[in-house]
Design a protein around this ligand. Structure first.
Ligand SMILES: Nc1nc2c(c(=O)[nH]1)N[C@H]1C(S)=C(S)[C@@H](COP(=O)(O)O)O[C@H]1N2
Ligand SMILES: [Mo]
Length: 496
């Protein structure tokens, strides 16, 4: 091992390539679910600064549309796993990011512990003009000289510094700024990046920067000569055997590509198994942040979005339509299960339990946001009324929309969702009856919908028919805790 390319640099460099490719492909899967980028959290349709889709829906489209209609199926060659698998893409992303950050932390610790930082961190302003000169040298088709006593030439040192100490932390920071739990608990952190959409756009530009760096870095390896450069970074020995270096280097590259072929195939072929296996690593993380962060959002009236996207088509049954015509006068909300005092409440009785209002940001799992004021009954008041027994651990919300009739994609059955009790008693968890000061519009869940402000939108069941307290959710639906968890392989905890 040379002192410039110790074994730990060789290993972390390889792991970095490994995890970055996973992050990039799964990140594209996430983007495909809402292939539009905005600078503004209102996400007005048509005002995106980038759109990777031919489909266009306007706020005033004549036919009703739902945000799932905006989702694109991208090829598994590009996205991991591709073909509209947002839930699994997120699983791959959140699994990989934990190991990528771990790799980075070990690397940075060793960079400082070993004194390697001298080769990476600029200690003199002259690095900037020297870097410009080095770029000029390349443009004259010559190779610039290395900094005396160091492994890299000036432009190389500067670009490594920027990627490791600026771009990587920036991707982590903008990534965290997209989590609904983080945004609900620390709304001002989100404003650092111009809100969730700003963070999304910057995170995407960060991916572009990584891609540009990778392309340039690869070009440089080619220019400087592959067998020699491979000997350095693959064997850690500039004088090592060229043939061995090439062999090991190519084995590493094809190993990574082969792995991607296998996991892409596996994820598409065994979607439930992938959801469960990756969930083992991702769910605990999601649960912790869902548990420790409560929403502290009190946005201003003028933050309210002029247009709030819709997700999920309303119930199409004759009963629901008739109820809507009657202004939901005969509607009753059944609350039962593992409770001491089951009830069936009219809207007036529900309202009498006390109401609160909150101006908050909605975060759909697909990526869009919108701000609205929601008014309704704290779920805690309903809990106090029905008194769940000691065994009750989850609250299940049953909806009136049969997705088989409106959503297609092979999905079927009535929408439902569940939340653990600790989310049910959060101060901003309410059964909303009004939106922006008017009775809930049909599209947004009339007459009653759930709002939980630390979670992604799919947890907030609309058109609620009944609420059940249960010990376990495994016997309900396909057993994953909710309709979108069952049929779209989303994670059940939704704080990220
Ligand atoms: N009953 C029911 N509730 C639902 C859905 C649905 O399809 N049916 N979609 C969910 C999703 S994915 C989101 S993002 C939000 C959207 O809420 P909105 O339409 O009021 O914007 O509702 C959630 N609640
Ligand atoms: Mo959603």
């Amino acid at each position: 091992m040379s002192k410039f390319f110790p074994l730990w640099v060789v290993v972390t460099h390889f792991l970095n390539i490994f995890f970055l490719l996973l992050l990039a492909r799964s990140g594209l899967e996430v983007l495909s679910a809402f292939p539009k980028l905005y600078w503004n959290d209102d996400c007005p349709p048509g005002r995106e600064w980038a759109r990777f889709s031919k489909k266009m829906y306007g706020a005033d489209s004549r036919r009703m549309w739902s945000s799932l209609d905006e989702e694109e199926a991208w090829s598994p060659v590009l996205a991991l796993p591709g073909r509209k698998n947002l839930g699994l893409g997120r699983h791959w992303h959140f699994m990989s990011v934990q190991f990528w950050i771990l790799t980075g932390a070990v690397y940075v610790a060793l960079v400082f512990a070993t004194g390697y930082w001298h080769y990476l961190i600029p200690t003199h302003w002259s690095l900037f003009p020297d870097s410009i000169k080095a770029v000029g040298t390349y443009l004259h088709f010559q190779l610039p000289h290395k900094i005396p006593g160091q492994p890299y030439e000036p432009a190389q040192k500067l670009s490594y510094f920027l990627v490791i100490f600026v771009l990587a932390p920036f991707q982590i920071a903008t990534g965290a700024a997209m989590s609904p739990a983080v945004l609900a608990r620390f709304p001002r952190y989100g404003t650092l990046f111009g809100g969730k959409q700003g963070a999304r756009s910057l995170h995407f530009l960060g991916l572009c920067a990584f891609a540009a760096f990778t392309a340039l870095h690869t070009l440089m390896v080619i220019i400087h000569g592959i067998p020699t450069e491979f000997a350095r970074i693959v064997l850690g020995d500039p004088g090592g055997s060229r043939a061995l270096a090439l062999g090991v280097g190519l084995a590493g590259i094809f190993g990574i590509l082969g792995f991607h072929v296998i996991i892409s195939w596996f994820s598409l072929r065994y979607r439930r198994a992938t959801q469960r296996l990756l969930g083992v690593m991702v769910n605990p993380f999601e649960r912790v942040i869902s548990r420790v962060f409560t929403s502290r959002q009190h946005l201003a009236r003028n933050d309210i979005s002029p247009y709030h996207r819709i997700n999920g088509y309303p119930p199409t049954s004759a009963e629901y339509e008739q109820m809507a015509v009657d202004g939901f006068a005969d509607y009753r909300l059944a609350v039962g299960g593992l409770v001491e005092h089951p009830v069936s409440l009219s809207l007036a009785e529900l309202r009498e339990l006390g109401q609160q209002s909150q101006i908050v940001k909605h975060n759909c799992i697909q990526g869009w946001t919108a701000v609205a004021q929601w008014t309704g009954v704290p779920l805690r008041a309903v809990i106090d009324l029905v008194r769940p027994s000691a065994q009750a651990r989850y609250v299940v919300f049953y909806a009136m929309d049969d997705k088989g009739l409106t959503e297609g994609e092979g999905r079927y059955g009535f929408f439902y969702g569940s939340i653990p009790l600790f989310l049910a008693t959060n101060p901003q968890t309410i059964l909303a009856l009004e939106m922006n000061g008017a009775p809930l519009p049909i599209e947004h869940g009339a007459p009653v919908r759930l709002r939980i402000e630390t979670q992604l939108g799919f947890k907030m069941v609309k058109w609620i028919k009944a609420i059940e307290f249960v010990e376990d959710t495994r016997h309900i639906g396909m057993g994953m805790g909710g309709f979108r968890e069952d049929q779209q392989y989303y994670a059940n905890a939704a704080g990220i």
